[in-house]
Design a protein around this ligand. Structure first.
Ligand code: ARG
Length: 268
C-alpha cells in the first residue's frame, strides 16, 4: 500500500522508512576478497568508486570524469594530502567495491538508506536529492499518484539498484500495479522512454533535468516521489571515515561544496 509515498507526503526522510526494505533489491554484502594487501588507501591514494552516468554529480566529459562529486572528492583528497583516483563502475557495484576494500569510498549521488547502512557507514550529507518521474509530453500519467492508482499497469524505467528501483519495486511491482524495467544507465532508461518502450522513468531530479533538456518531448511531473540525502559511503568502521568526513565538514563550512554545486547547478 504505497508505503513510500505515504511517508513522503508526511515529509519524513527516506531513511526513516527503509527499514521495511531489507531484501528488496539493494546491495548484498560483498565477498571479502581482499587479502588485506590491496587496501585502497594504503599507498596514500584515495580511490573513489562511482558510476559516472549521473550528471551533474558524475559524468564523462572530454575523456575525464567530472561533476559535483568528482570535484568535492578531489578537494577532500587535496585537503588530506592524498593522491586521488576515480573508478567508474555499475551503480550496484559501488558498495561491494567499498566493502571489499577495492575503493576507499563510494560517492555517486548516493542516498543514505537504512538498508545501505547495514553494509556501509555514511559521511555527513552534502546534498539533497528528490526522486522525480519523467514522462513523455501528453502522457496519461500526469501525477505521481497515477502510478499507484487502482488498476494502474505501467512499465516503469529505473537505474538498477538505485532508490528509484527500490521504491518502484515496493510500491508498484510488488503491489501488482506495473512492471519495473531496470537499466544500467539512467540515460538508457530515458532513451527507452523516448522510444515508447516504457511509460515513465523514476530518477533523481538533477539528472532528470539534464536528460529532459537533452531530449525533445519529455517532462518531469510536478509532484515529487521522495526526498533524500546524499552522502559518501565507507566500509564499516573504516579509519578513513573520520578523516574524510572531517575534510568534508570543513569544505561545507567554508563554502567550497556550495561553490562546486553552484558551478554545476544553475541557481534559478
Ligand atoms: N540517489 C540514488 C541512489 O542512491 C541514485 C544514485 C545514482 N547515482 C549514480 N551515480 N548513478 O540510489
Amino acid at each position: 500500500m504505497k508505503k513510500y509515498l505515504k511517508n513522503i507526503m508526511a515529509g519524513t526522510m527516506v531513511f526513516a522508512m527503509t527499514a521495511a526494505l531489507a531484501g528488496c533489491g539493494g546491495s548484498e554484502p560483498a565477498p571479502a576478497d581482499n587479502g588485506g594487501e590491496d587496501n585502497a588507501e594504503a599507498a596514500g591514494t584515495l580511490i573513489m568508486a562511482t558510476n559516472a552516468e549521473f550528471p551533474p554529480y558524475e559524468f564523462h566529459e572530454g575523456g575525464e570524469i567530472v561533476g559535483i562529486d568528482a570535484e568535492v572528492a578531489a578537494a577532500i583528497a587535496e585537503k588530506l594530502g592524498m593522491e586521488f583516483q576515480i573508478e567508474d563502475m555499475a551503480f550496484d557495484s559501488i558498495i561491494p567495491a567499498v566493502t571489499s576494500g577495492k575503493a576507499s569510498f563510494g560517492m555517486a549521488g548516493m542516498t543514505v538508506t537504512e538498508e545501505r547502512l547495514q553494509n556501509v557507514d555514511f559521511s555527513d550529507s552534502y546534498a539533497t536529492g528528490v526522486q522525480v518521474v519523467i514522462v513523455k509530453e501528453g502522457s496519461a500519467i500526469t501525477a505521481v499518484d497515477d502510478l499507484f492508482a487502482e488498476g494502474a499497469n505501467n512499465l516503469v524505467g529505473v537505474q538498477t539498484g538505485t532508490t528509484g528501483d527500490i521504491y518502484a519495486t515496493g510500491d508498484i511491482e510488488d503491489e501488482g500495479l506495473g512492471t519495473i524495467e531496470r537499466f544500467n544507465k539512467g540515460a538508457d532508461a530515458v532513451l527507452a522512454l523516448t522510444q515508447d518502450k516504457i511509460d515513465c522513468v523514476i530518477i533523481d531530479n538533477e539528472p532528470a533535468k539534464e536528460f529532459v533538456a537533452a531530449n525533445e518531448g519529455l517532462v518531469i511531473l510536478d509532484t515529487a516521489y521522495a526526498e533524500e540525502d546524499y552522502a559518501i559511503c565507507f566500509a564499516k568502521d573504516s579509519e578513513l571515515t573520520e578523516q574524510v568526513n572531517g575534510a568534508l565538514k570543513e569544505l561545507i563550512a567554508d563554502g567550497t561544496v556550495q561553490s562546486i554545486i553552484d558551478k554545476y547547478i544553475n541557481a534559478e
